[in-house]
Design a protein around this ligand. Structure first.
Ligand code: ADP
Ligand code: MG
Length: 239
């Protein structure tokens, strides 16, 4: 079991943290939702949390984005505030209560994206240093064209920050998006080994990927009493 040390105290963490990372369109949300269903179906307590979903900073983030007023540092800090809010209110308490916490993007999204935007790697790591490391981080490795085709299918408009237009990579949002996403891939790949990413070939079929994920998660599941011993107990009670 993970044990967290805070101010000299040891906090046991009986829950498990499972994270999915990868560029937009790599299939993260599809897979984490299937994993969530499977865990729930098997009777486990599950909580799913998504990047940039806290009510606390929604308004200010959307205001800043609309006016294209965010710098790499303010953008990074808004995401960090969003993360800290979800971390302290949900992620950590539920891990302490023994939940499976599933995170659709975690600190590695900031490591990859904010560094691509020009924040220093050391600074970003320090900002997120309060966060516990996941039990498993699945990384969905995807050729950029595959991910882009999935994303643009039925949604031709790219948003300003989504396309990385703030970085002045190209005047064309699609070119900008391509360059931006491939730089994010480079960042992810550079930390994959040190952060022990479990690589998933995201070009495979949805079910095939899900099977691999379940195989990796299975050893984390609590061991159940064998059925026979439960039956014996019931028989004993009847006597
Ligand atoms: N293995 C796959 N093969 C083909 N299409 C997929 C696959 N996984 C996901 N998709 C589709 O690609 C799109 C993006 O998937 P999504 O899970 O939302 O990615 P992400 O959360 O990484 O941005 C969705 O339309 C989804 O149905
Ligand atoms: Mg998603």
């Amino acid at each position: 079991m993970t044990v967290l040390r805070i101010k000299g105290k040891s906090l046991p963490i009986p829950g498990k943290l499972i994270v999915v990372e990868g560029i937009d369109g790599s299939g993260k949300s599809t897979q984490i939702r299937l994993l969530e269903k499977w865990l729930r179906f098997n009777g486990h307590h599950v909580f799913l949390t998504e990047w940039n979903s806290s009510e606390l900073v929604r308004e200010i983030t959307s205001k800043g984005k609309k006016k294209a007023k965010l710098t790499p540092t303010t953008f990074s800090l808004l995401h960090a505030t969003d993360f800290a809010d979800r971390y302290e209110r949900n992620i950590l308490p539920l891990l302490r209560a023994g939940y499976f916490v599933l995170a659709d993007r975690y600190i590695y999204t900031a490591y990859a994206r904010d560094v691509t935007r020009g924040c220093s790697q050391e600074w970003v790591r320090k900002v997120y240093s309060f966060a516990i490391k996941p039990d498993i981080t699945f990384y969905f490795r995807t050729p950029i064209e595959v991910a882009i085709n999935r994303i643009l299918n039925g949604r031709p408009q790219l948003k300003y920050y989504e396309a990385g237009m703030d970085l002045n990579l190209s005047k064309d949002p699609y070119d900008s998006y391509r360059i931006f996403q491939s730089r994010i891939i480079d960042q992810y790949e550079s930390i994959a080994e040190s952060e022990k990413f479990v690589m998933i070939d995201a070009t495979l079929g949805i079910e095939e990927q899900q099977t691999m994920m379940r195989e990796k998660v299975a050893p984390l599941l609590p061991k159940r009493a064998p059925r026979q011993s439960i039956e014996l107990k019931n028989n004993a009670r009847k006597k």
